[in-house]
Design a protein around this ligand. Structure first.
Ligand code: COS
Length: 393
């Protein structure tokens, strides 16, 4: 028997996140989207309520919650506004490499910083010429005495303009491909420069920046794990964070489904609410199935991690299906609204714009299919302790 019943604590947590999404996030979501306003006020509020940094272990001042609980919060944030949700959840991506590989001192210092105040951290992997192809990155980190010196440019960095510290991937051996990448913690005040804030199609409340490192010096103990083992650390990080992105996509799809359902009961054409027409009913039915199926894959990918099992395949299934479903469901919501769906005065065009990034960030839908195909056709052994390191439980 598979038991999908949430615990009382998980139900309470979901209710807390839902009320926050309904009363605070939705109150400003469309305005912040229009004006591209960074949700600093909501970050402060969510942090006060304990809805941020839930994955950081209690010993470092965090919530110490499991991955499953994280997905419950992320779905509600995605339902409220996925752009604001991305801003609230980004610390999870930046801190995952620390949870997996950092020393106790580094964890205390940098995770503690996020627990003590509503501060932010960013994850810096992507570069202008290294998106899906992580190994082709050009940023370098050169060891000089008891320091590393970092040079390079990272792009599409969520919360990049506002972060207090960054997890940065750089080449420590330029000729070794993916086996020459290392990961570092870089405090902002070491000299990180914000070059540009992007003007985006969707998720306009979230900050996406290009940042650069020009001879930025950091202490050698800010290397996470071993030198040249950063690529695996990045892959292990994405295994842990893709369930959260999938949950956020479920939130978008659920919001689009709810708006479309309500609208179909009110809008009258040919003398009856359009929900009475089978053409609309079938669209609504497919939306409902996609929301449910995407949530089940998401929960599975998180619960495997909580059980101490490797979730690479499940994580890519969840991210791929939830992202593509969010795009389809949001597009169908616009269809149900008809011409009004295309107008900014109505809520669903924003969801369609927001959903698009779900198929792009943290690994495109094509990269997820690549991972799925490899895992299905050529499954490889990765030691369990590596696959599940850094889990809260
Ligand atoms: N966990 C642990 N190790 C993993 C792993 C995982 N999930 N996936 C791969 N590895 C290891 C492999 O075992 C291999 O190890 P060895 O060096 O011992 O051989 C190594 O990593 C390289 O793996 P692979 O050959 O699969 O690497 P590729 O260069 O072909 O890249 C993809 C694989 C394309 C899947 C990867 O680059 C990727 O995920 N790209 C997308 C990046 C992304 O999501 N960017 C979004 C920005 S981050 S917000």
């Amino acid at each position: 028997m598979v038991d999908l019943t949430l615990t009382d604590e998980q139900k309470d947590l979901r209710e807390l996140a839902h009320n926050f999404a309904k009363n605070e996030i939705r109150r400003v979501a469309w305005e912040y989207d229009r004006n591209s306003t960074f949700p600093r006020d909501l970050i402060d509020q969510a942090w006060e309520l304990g809805l941020m940094n839930t994955h950081i272990p209690e010993e470092y001042g965090g919530g110490g919650l499991d991955y499953m609980s994280g997905t419950l919060i992320e779905e509600e944030f995605g339902w409220g506004c996925s752009g604001i949700g991305t801003s609230l959840e980004c610390n999870g991506l930046a801190t995952a490499p620390l949870l997996i590989a950092a020393s106790d001192e580094i964890k205390s210092k940098y995770l503690g910083m996020l627990s003590e105040e509503p501060k932010l951290a960013s994850f810096c992997l992507t570069e202008p010429d290294a998106g899906s192809d992580v190994s082709s990155m050009r940023t370098t980190a050169v060891r000089r005495g008891d320091k590393y010196v970092i040079n390079g440019t990272k792009c599409f960095i969520t919360n990049g303009s506002h972060a207090d510290w960054y997890t940065v991937y750089a080449k420590t051996d330029k000729d070794a491909g993916h086996r020459g990448i290392s990961c570092f913690v870089v405090p902002r005040d070491a000299g990180v420069v914000v070059d540009k804030k992007e003007d985006k199609l969707g998720q306009r409340a979230s900050d996406t920046a290009t940042i650069s490192f020009n001879d930025v010096e950091i202490p050698a103990d800010h290397l996470l794990g071993e030198e040249n083992k950063g690529f695996k650390l990045a892959m292990m990080t994405l295994d842990r964070t893709r369930p959260g992105v999938a949950a956020s996509a479920v939130g978008i799809a659920r919001a689009a489904f709810e708006f479309a359902t309500e609208y179909s009961k009110e809008r009258v054409q040919f003398g009856v609410p359009i929900a009475m027409h089978q053409a609309i009913q079938f669209i609504i039915a497919d939306m409902a199935t996609k929301v449910e199926a995407a949530r089940l894959l998401t929960w599975q990918s998180a619960s495997l991690l909580d059980q101490g099992k490797r979730n690479t395949l499940a994580s890519s299934h969840a991210k791929r299906f939830a992202a593509d479903s969010a795009m389809e469901v949001a597009t169908d919501a616009v269809q149900v609204y008809g011409g009004y769906g295309f107008i900014k005065e109505y809520p669903v065009e924003k969801l369609m714009r927001d959903a698009k990034i779900m198929q792009l960030y943290e690994g495109t839908s094509q990269i997820q299919r690549l991972v799925i195909a490899r895992e299905v056709l050529m499954p490889r052994e990765i030691p369990t302790e590596l696959a599940t390191a850094g889990a809260a439980h």
